[in-house]
Each structure stands twice: as structure tokens, then as C-alpha cells.
Design a protein around this ligand. Sequence first.
Ligand SMILES: Nc1ncnc2c1ncn2[C@@H]1O[C@H](COP(=O)(O)OP(=O)(O)OP(=O)(O)O)[C@@H](O)[C@H]1O
Ligand SMILES: [Mg+2]
Length: 267
Amino acid sequence: MSTLEIRDLHVSVAHSDATAQPIDILKGVNLTVRSGETHAIMGPNGSGKSTLSYAIAGHPKYTVTSGTITLDGEDVLEMSVDERARAGLFLAMQYPVEVPGVSMSNFLRTAVTAVRGEAPKLRHWVKEVKSAMGELEIKDEFADRSVNEGFSGGEKKRHEILQLGLLKPKIAILDETDSGLDVDALRVVSEGVNTYKERGWVDSTGTPVGGGVLLITHYTRILRYIKPDFVHVFVGGQIVQSGGAELADELEANGYAGFTQAATTGA
Ligand SMILES: Nc1ncnc2c1ncn2[C@@H]1O[C@H](COP(=O)(O)OP(=O)(O)OP(=O)(O)O)[C@@H](O)[C@H]1O
Ligand SMILES: [Mg+2]
């Protein structure tokens, strides 16, 4: 079992004008994600959802001004970005970055070697990647292409889930992994996430543990494939309400108006 615990998290970002005050974006986020649980975060544009995911992953632009993040009691904020990945955190970014000159296959092997602590045996590795790519219906030729370079939006998202399947993190943060996916890709990507949820990772005794998921999305359509245990409404840098899967349907029907009013009036 694994637990990601976020307590009263405040995060600011540096203003592009260096003489100006940093901008406060997260204003007291509390959230606990355990192995096998799926938490969906839904909220209006600009409310701070990606900022939360960057803060957990350790993006240098975002400064934690107060609060804590721990993974199984270990202080995540003390860890470098790669230590966080090795500790079992994974972020599928809203806008995956292109890495020209680095092939997908080299990138994946390097990432897996870093996270697992040893290079996978070449023969096993080739089989493992082939099978993972097959499950996500990714053509073989992508192995030789530069990371994300010239990939379509949906292809980038598929490759994020390929990484998820190979890296087997304890907790995965998926930031709008569903955006830009056609209906078939949505199904394939969701199956990839569900496989991770079921197979998850293997603990020190060799026991498989279900993966924990923090799924940021604007649409309930992905939640028809990936069933959330909890839905959180994120407004103005905070979680303003939490509930079960039914809360997502309520948001789709009524929007965020009631919540944004409450956030601005403090009601
Ligand atoms: N580097 C930055 N400089 C200035 N403002 C920033 C920076 N990064 C984030 N912000 C601001 O912080 C706010 C939150 O941004 P964030 O990307 O976290 O929102 P979001 O909830 O993920 O939105 P979306 O649903 O559109 O993806 C926005 O108003 C954004 O403009
Ligand atoms: Mg975002």
C-alpha cells in the first residue's frame, strides 16, 4: 500500500516581471490518494489543477510557500524531480514536451533503468516494450522517432500512458490525458490506465499493489471508462467540494457557477 498525502499546500509562481511579487495559485490544497484509488479533479480553466500536478512532480517554476506533500511518510518536497520519480510518482503532462534527437526507445529504456535502479535485460525489454506498445495500439515505427517530436496530440497522450505502463509508479497524476483523443484512442488509453490501476506496482515482498490515480479532466466521458472513487471540484486554487462519481454528472449538468461564487464570496 502507498499513500500520497497533500496538506494545506500553498504554491506560487514567479511573475514574468522579476520585480513583481510572485503570484499565489494554490491556496490550501488537502488531498490523500491511496493505492488502488482513483481521484478525479475537475475545475474551471486557470483554477490551478496543472499547478498542483507540477508542484507534486517538482517543476522548478512553482514554489511551495507552505504545506506538505508526503509519499508513505517521506517528505516529497525535499526530493529532486528524479528522486520523486524513483520514489514512485509519475506525471503525464497536459502538454507533453518534445525531445528532438532522443528516440522513444532510448528514452523509455533510460527512464525505466533510472526508476527500477537497473537496466532491464535487453531480450526481456524488447518483448516488454513491444507488448506494451501493442496494448496501446502504437505502431512499431514510433520506437525510432524522437520523443513526441511531430506527434499528434493524441499520439503524445498515448505515449504518456505507454510510460505509465512501463514505469509502474505508485501514484500517477494524469493531467488532461483525455484531451484531444478520438473515441477509439480514448478507449485504448483508458484501458491502459485501468490496466495500471489493476496491476499497479510490485512492493518489496513482490506483492502486486493497485496503482493510485489522480486524474485531472474537464469531461465526464473519460470517467465512463475510468471509474473514479472520488471526484473533487477545484476552484480558485482549492478543493471546494468532494464527492463520489455522481458529482461529475452534477458538474456536467450545472457547470461550476455555484462553486465559483462560493469561492469568491468565501461562502
Ligand atoms: N509561469 C506562470 N506565470 C504566470 N502565471 C502562471 C504561470 N503558471 C501558471 N500561471 C497561472 O496560474 C493559474 C493556474 O494555472 P493552471 O495551469 O494550474 O490552471 P489549470 O486549472 O490547469 O487550467 P486548465 O484547465 O486551463 O488546464 C492560471 O491563471 C495561470 O495563468
Ligand atoms: Mg491545466
